[in-house]
Design a protein around this ligand. Structure first.
Ligand code: ADP
Length: 473
């Protein structure tokens, strides 16, 4: 068994703000079958502390970025965790990234530099004789780890996985010494980004391998339209870049056993969930399809475009249920939209409701402007809820558009449309209505989706291959 340390700021089911947590939570189980034991280093947030039973301290820091800290070993929800207990950084109420005022904690760069430093220290010294050969770093929060690995002389390879390039972990140059970073690395070839420190760039230039969460997004990252200023850096490392599509937890997301819904094995079995959804949201029952959305409400997700496109869909009998939270202006806009009798909106984050909505919907909409992988379209496939998605990133790699040829071959699973474009989205919604009214074709698409291979096996094997390569060097 190889030993690897996964380093992340969130992990499902303990602490989650998005898809990152799902992936970090799934990887240990998935990789165990491929010869790799993965332990996950996570900050000890209050919500994790509550779930933690007995924990043993295996490393201590007298002063980790301004306070005492220790690393605890604990098993929670079947996850083998190393918890960074640094109260001065992580023991605070509010969200894990934002204070009560809804803004980033001002010391976020330092909080996650501490996580990265602790990761490097574990790789360098081991804990209780356990020493990882590979550090698997997730997003900017773990991005500085390669710098510290080098500084500490750790014999450990590293892989950075970019779950979303939009978040880069910038800090002012004056923080260099506060973050224990060597001045020599503050260059254009290092972790300097327009005179700031970029934790993500540190990972991009320093990790042995870079992955992202779908092959299409890996290609997109090389382009200015998607690289968000880091495309040039990524191009210099394209020889070590690859895209590995996320899987989903097919036990949690299994319509045949999901105890949050009325279970079903075939698309027809969805009907009771659809009726329940209508009742729950007071939607008039109708002939038209129910389209659903489960999403963060941010510009990335294209839900402003959906608001513009929706009247045409509603005029033709479509209905919509949206669950989401995020930017205040989008929340307000969707609350307004809910005045229409065929639109239901729940502002909030609600895991159980997300299952009921996905089981009860006929189609799931993901009109993102960019989407590294996207998970809800995968849940949709699994639940016979036909995805209607923008042609970008992982959405391209996971949905087969109902083109004439795909329909003829009987392989279509969803509908794709150009991102960032209201007219294209309206056309896609019209196609949805047409396909839905042709019951046979729609049923075939639902069946195809439910049969899709969405688990982790294939992708875990790809990660394991990378781990093997990195460990061998
Ligand atoms: P991102 O990570 O960019 O937010 P993903 O599609 O990769 O997008 O992952 C989002 C994850 O968060 C999915 O598991 C989705 O079901 C979940 N999710 C998003 N918004 C909500 C919400 N309001 N309530 C419940 N689950 C949500």
């Amino acid at each position: 068994m190889g030993h690897a340390l996964s380093v992340a700021s969130e992990i499902a089911p303990l602490v989650k703000t998005g898809g990152l947590a799902d992936v970090v939570g799934a990887l240990p189980g998935a990789l165990a079958g491929c010869g790799w034991q993965l332990r996950t280093l996570l900050p000890l947030y209050p919500s994790v502390k509550v779930a933690m039973g007995d924990a043993v301290a295996v490393a201590k820091f007298d002063d980790l970025f301004g306070g005492r800290a220790q690393v605890l070993v604990a098993e929670i929800a079947g996850l083998d965790l190393l918890l960074l207990d640094a109260p001065h950084l992580f023991d605070r109420e509010g969200s894990i990234y934002l204070g009560r005022d809804g803004r980033d904690w001002p010391d976020n760069p330092m909080r996650f530099a501490a996580l990265s430093y602790a990761a490097a220290k574990i790789c360098a010294d081991g804990v209780e004789g356990w020493r990882p050969k590979v550090a698997h770093l997730h997003d900017w929060q773990a991005g500085l780890t390669p710098v510290y690995l080098k500084a500490l002389g750790a014999k450990c390879g590293s892989i950075l996985t970019v779950h979303n390039i939009a978040f880069q972990g910038l800090a002012p140059a004056r923080d260099l010494s506060k973050l224990k970073l060597p001045k020599s690395g503050f260059t254009r070839d290092g972790f300097e980004y327009w005179e700031k420190i970029s934790a993500l760039k540190a990972g991009l230039v320093g990790a042995d391998r870079i992955t992202t969460v779908s092959p299409t997004y890996a290609g997109e990252l090389l382009e200015p339209e998607f690289g968000m200023g880091l495309e040039g850096v990524i191009r210099t490392r394209s020889n070590v870049l690859s895209g590995i599509l996320n899987g989903i937890d097919t036990e949690i997301w299994n319509p045949a056993t999901d105890n949050l819904i009325t279970t079903y094995k075939t698309p027809r079995g969805k009907l009771r969930n659809k009726r329940a959804l209508e009742a729950e949201f007071g939607l008039a029952s109708g002939k038209g399809p129910i389209a659903v959305v489960v999403s963060r409400l941010t510009a990335q997700k294209g839900l402003d475009l959906l608001a513009d496109a929706l009247p045409a869909f509603l005029d033709h009998g479509g209905r919509l249920v949206l669950l989401g939270s995020g930017d205040a202006d989008l929340e307000t806009r969707w609350q307004e939209m809910a005045k229409h009798r065929n639109v239901a909106v729940k502002i909030g984050y609600d895991e159980a409701l997300s299952h009921r909505i996905i089981a009860g919907g006929d189609a799931i909409l993901v009109p993102s402007r960019f989407e590294p992988c996207g998970l809800t379209q995968l849940y949709g496939l699994r639940y016979g809820t036909v995805p209607v998605v923008a042609h970008t990133g992982g959405l391209v790699d996971s949905v087969i558009d109902a083109s004439p040829v795909a329909l003829k071959a009987g392989v279509a699973t969803g509908i794709q449309h150009a991102p960032d474009n209201v007219d294209a989205l309206v056309r896609a919604l019209m196609r949805l209505l047409a396909l839905y009214s042709n019951g046979k074709r729609f049923l075939q698409m639902q069946r195809n989706g439910m049969k899709s291979d969405l688990g982790w096996d294939g992708s875990a094997a790809e990660y394991a291959r990378l781990y093997d390569e990195v460990a061998a060097n």
